[in-house]
Design a protein around this ligand. Structure first.
Ligand code: ATP
Length: 204
């Protein structure tokens, strides 16, 4: 099947969604000539088990909705959130490829995710069903990223590209902590998300 469409996938726990996620999506859209970015909030990912300071699925989803509303090239795929048990990126990619066989998917990740990519469920299958776009993140330098990208090409025949993003030092973990400490997170998230967190008293 010839691929005639190009879509980005911004997967994440989004607990909460922040400007780092949005910058990755925006840069991917423009640098890789994508027609749309699908935000894919994780249901119950194996690598985030045992966490007890997070928001519920419906609040995470509501915050993603608020963050991307008004951008016609951003959409949400919330199927993972309603699946029972652990959820795996591989299964989501199989579903998306079956649903849209003429679309080439570009899965967007930060460098920390790249470094742990081998531990994901069936990394070779993930590489079969999408290309990877990798952005820098604190704690990694570009040399490490390029080395790891080369490794994925060798190990899994991955189609993997470097995504050029400004360095944005923010994580959801840091934002949950700031909220607990009653410190404003207004400069790290869209205003509507900050208001939602405050109104619903999410992370206190
Ligand atoms: P947490 O701190 O709760 O682990 P997080 O901030 O890493 O969350 P996730 O929703 O887990 O956010 O991230 C989804 C994807 O976005 C991951 O691939 C992650 O590497 C990437 N990402 C998140 N924040 C940034 C950032 N500031 N710069 C680059 N990549 C990022």
């Amino acid at each position: 099947m010839r691929e005639t469409h190009r879509k980005g996938i911004m997967g994440g726990t989004f607990d909460p969604i922040h400007n780092g996620h949005l910058a990755l999506a925006d840069c991917a859209l423009h640098q890789f000539d994508l027609e749309e970015i699908l935000f894919l909030p994780a249901g119950n990912p194996p690598h985030k088990q045992g966490r007890n300071d997070g928001a519920g699925a419906s609040d995470r989803l509501a915050m993603v909705r608020l963050a991307i509303s008004g951008n016609p090239r951003y959409a949400i795929d919330d199927e993972e959130m309603y699946r029972h048990g652990l959820t795996y990126t591989r299964d989501t990619l199989i579903r998306l490829n079956e649903r849209e066989p003429d679309t080439a998917f570009f899965f967007i990740i930060g460098a920390d995710s790249l470094m742990s990519f081998d531990t994901w469920y069936h990394p070779e299958a993930i590489c079969h069903y999408c290309s990877l776009l990798v952005a820098r993140r604190s704690g990694t330098d570009d040399r490490m990223i390029y080395r790891k990208m080369e490794e994925l090409r060798r190990e899994y025949a991955a189609s993997v590209f470097y995504l050029d993003v400004p360095f944005i030092d923010v994580s959801s973990t840091k934002l949950r902590r700031l909220c607990r400490e009653k410190i404003s997170i207004g400069s790290y998230v869209p205003e509507a998300v900050a208001n939602y967190i405050e109104t619903h008293d999410i992370y206190s």
